[in-house]
Design a protein around this ligand. Structure first.
Ligand code: TYD
Length: 343
């Protein structure tokens, strides 16, 4: 049996990783530790909790709560801790940076300290390509590049990365770290662009494209990302950082074209609105280090977007209650009265 503690396992990437582990690794036992925020939803785990009874359990708790983390670690006795717990949405970080510093910096430090005190055999920190900041079309970000985050979100994640590497250097905790490109797939809260635009389009609502829509992103499928994390756990070296993505990017307008064509919806739904402050024009990862581990993405950017959009088309029962809740206030705050983009 390999015992995992998966923090943030009720969120988007976390709940996909939990499914990936339980269905692909019969010897895996998973304890999910999750605060259950607006995006970490117990519904995301109902199916694995029922299907893998005895191999999957949920402990509700905050990674900032040191005593609760200690209790969870003592009860679960994990061999491996994988930290997905984070505040993740750039627009929310612009409105409320403190929450991001609390969870992504302080929470990470708490988890590292407790994992180190318990002597876990591996700690994996899940991070993002956004810590590198925007890169020109002629360049790709490599793992050793200087961090240059633009938003309170990416700055908080960058601080968490530095903290994780410090725990490796100072206390000898066997830390690995991955920086993922934008992820798409099932169970993503519809604040992120693909589920937001897919569900808006299904409701015949406008798609609020920030600025000119020529920003470039690498949209990888969440299951490729999960397989990448597993490859790092199995073949990566402690103290090392790994970029996970497809290694190609498209513009947001190209992403919108794929999405609308998949749903057979008109381009007239596109509405260019005022840009996000500090909006990074392009992220682009060099994924050669991951390829060297024997991993490669199974899906292209276009296939990833199409598969995700089809999931939202076919799973209204998941997103309709999500959009009926906290989302309503968020959407009104974020988009109502937002001026059109001036060309
Ligand atoms: P997002 O999903 O928020 O991820 P990130 O900002 O972390 O890359 O956004 C992806 C891209 O889509 C990014 O360039 C911002 C853009 N975007 C819009 O144009 N409109 C929107 O309503 C949102 C949420 C994002």
């Amino acid at each position: 049996m390999t015992r995992y503690l998966v923090t943030g396992g009720a969120g988007f990437i976390g709940c996909n990783y939990v499914r990936f582990l339980l269905s692909g690794y019969p010897d895996a036992k998973v304890t999910v530790y999750d605060k259950l925020t607006y995006s970490g939803r117990v519904e995301n785990l109902e199916e694995p909790l029922a299907r893998f009874k005895g191999r999957c359990e949920l402990v509700i708790g905050d990674i900032c709560d040191s005593a609760a983390v200690e209790r969870a670690l003592q009860a679960a006795q994990p061999d491996i801790v994988v930290n997905f717990a984070a505040e993740t949405h750039v627009d929310r970080s612009i409105a409320d940076p403190d929450t991001f510093v609390r969870t992504d910096v302080n929470g990470t430090a708490v988890l590292l300290r407790q994992a180190s005190d318990q002597g876990v055999a591996r700690y994996h920190q899940v991070s993002t390509d956004e810590v590198y900041g925007p890169v020109p079309v002629s360049q790709r970000s490599s793992e050793g590049d200087v961090l240059n985050p633009s938003s309170p979100y990416s700055a908080s994640k960058a601080a968490g990365d530095l903290m994780a590497m410090a725990w490796h250097e100072t206390y000898g905790l066997p830390v690995t770290l991955s920086r993922g490109a934008n992820c798409v797939g099932a169970y993503q809260y519809p604040e992120k662009v693909v589920p937001l635009f897919a569900t808006n389009a299904l409701l015949d609502l406008p798609l609020p494209v920030y600025g000119d829509g020529k920003q470039r992103r690498d949209y990888q499928h969440v299951l490729d990302h999960c397989a990448g994390i597993q490859a790092v756990l199995e073949h990566g070296q402690p103290g090392e950082i790994y970029n996970i993505g497809t290694g190609t990017e498209i513009t947001n307008l190209e992403m919108v074209r794929i999405l609308l064509e998949t749903l057979d919806k008109p381009r007239s739904l596109i509405r260019h609105v005022q840009d996000r402050p500090g909006h990074d024009r392009r992220y682009g990862l060099d994924i050669s280090k991951m390829l060297g581990l024997g991993w490669s993405p199974a899906m292209s950017v276009e296939e990833s977007i199409t598969a995700s959009v089809c999931w939202y088309r076919d799973n209204r029962a998941w997103w309709e209650p999500v959009r009926a809740g906290e989302f309503q206030d968020y959407y009104a705050r974020q988009y109502a009265g937002r001026p059109d983009h001036v060309r």
